[in-house]
Ligand binder design. Structure first.
Ligand code: KG4
Ligand code: ZN
Length: 329
């Protein structure tokens, strides 16, 4: 069964062909980073305009790379939220047009469900239940995944997402957008103990909070002025983020007794988080499932993977499908 996945929820235009929910036939992600870089964050209007320009070339490219045409696909899975409404409208409008013209069923996928299901693209054998940490630019949430459609949210961020904190700190340091990859790189040359930045552990809760950390970094930068060592700030900031993410996952393992962890979202590309999570998983004797770097960040293969399960369950969306900027899982 071949599914065309489409994701335009944020600033990447992506399309992928996935067979049987886990075999990637092709996957294309067209990044808009160069457009948004100079603003230090995503400009929603520019994002939706660029999606309009790129959606057909990206879908066409994904079909060509898979060596198939629209006549060969069984369903279109499109991300309908959460995300930037103008961006989502482009993907949903495009998917509905093709579905209507070619009489192909359409399934609607929640972006977070896509991130959860990204693990199946590279680890076919993972079994339920597993813990899923989604750490991205828009979300930081921890779930117990008991099966398709069975998600228990343990916690989520009360303010900034982890990736958002990376992006905001990068902006303060004049490092452009997105902040994660560049801070990850600079942190390798810095001292993680140079600054004692706060860790918001939010006692007795699986929730996260990163806005105080961002403010602490801002204060440190303004008090250092010209003597500022960017590498030390990056390393100390990153140590604080990673400490919190590791502690919460570890706590969930102990409290919930779950022996498998899957990471997803852009922040799961972070080298220090991956290193420390592997160490912790070994110590606790739990299985860790890490996506390869292209499947950490937004992609449409994960939407096709989750869409496959919706399709099998008969969850077909109508031509009146409307995207939603706010869409809890
Ligand atoms: O999953 P994603 O592509 O989009 C959302 O759904 O938000 O995540 C993008 C986020 C950005 O905030 C970016 O700075 C962060 O992931 N990111 C990283 C790294 N690579 C991307 N954060 C930390 N370290 C990285 N290596
Ligand atoms: Zn995402």
């Amino acid at each position: 069964m071949k599914i065309l996945g489409i994701d335009t929820s944020c600033d990447d235009t992506s399309a992928a062909l996935v067979a049987d929910g886990n075999k990637i036939l092709s996957s294309i992600v067209s990044s808009q980073s160069d457009i948004h870089k100079k603003y230090g964050g995503i400009v929603p209007e520019l994002a939706s305009r660029r999606h309009i320009e790129m959606i057909w070339p990206v879908v066409d490219g994904a079909l060509n790379n898979a060596g198939i045409t629209l006549d060969d696909i069984d369903a279109i899975a499109v991300c309908y939220g959460p995300g930037l409404i103008g961006s989502l409208l482009v993907g949903c409008g495009f998917a509905k047009s093709i579905a209507y013209a070619k009489e192909i069923p359409i399934v609607a996928v929640n972006h977070l469900e896509g991130h959860i299901f990204s693990v199946f693209l590279e680890h076919e054998k993972i079994e339920f239940p597993f813990l899923s940490l989604i750490a991205s630019g828009g979300h930081t949430s921890l779930y117990i995944v008991n099966g398709f459609g069975q998600y228990v949210e343990l916690g989520r961020t009360r303010d900034d997402a982890a990736g958002e904190a990376y992006d905001k700190v990068a902006k303060l340091l004049g490092l452009g957008y997105p902040g994660g990859p560049v801070i990850d790189k600079l942190a390798r040359e810095g001292n993680p103990k140079a600054f004692d930045f706060p860790r918001a552990y939010v006692p007795e809760s699986f929730d996260f909070s990163f806005s105080g950390l961002k403010t602490a970094v801002k204060l440190a930068i303004s008090s250092q002025q010209s003597a500022i060592n960017i590498n030390d700030i990056a390393a100390s900031f990153q140590a604080a983020v990673v400490d919190v993410l590791i502690r919460k996952v570890e706590w969930a393992i102990v409290r919930k007794g779950i022996k498998k962890i899957a990471l997803s979202g852009g922040v799961s590309a972070n080298s220090e988080l991956r290193r420390r999570m592997k160490e912790m998983a070994e110590e606790r004797e739990v299985e860790l499932f890490l996506p390869s770097l292209p499947f950490c960040t937004d992609n449409a293969a994960m939407i096709a993977s989750a869409g496959y399960h919706h399709f099998k369950a008969g969850n077909i969306a109508g031509i009146n499908l409307n995207p939603k900027a706010y869409l809890p899982l």
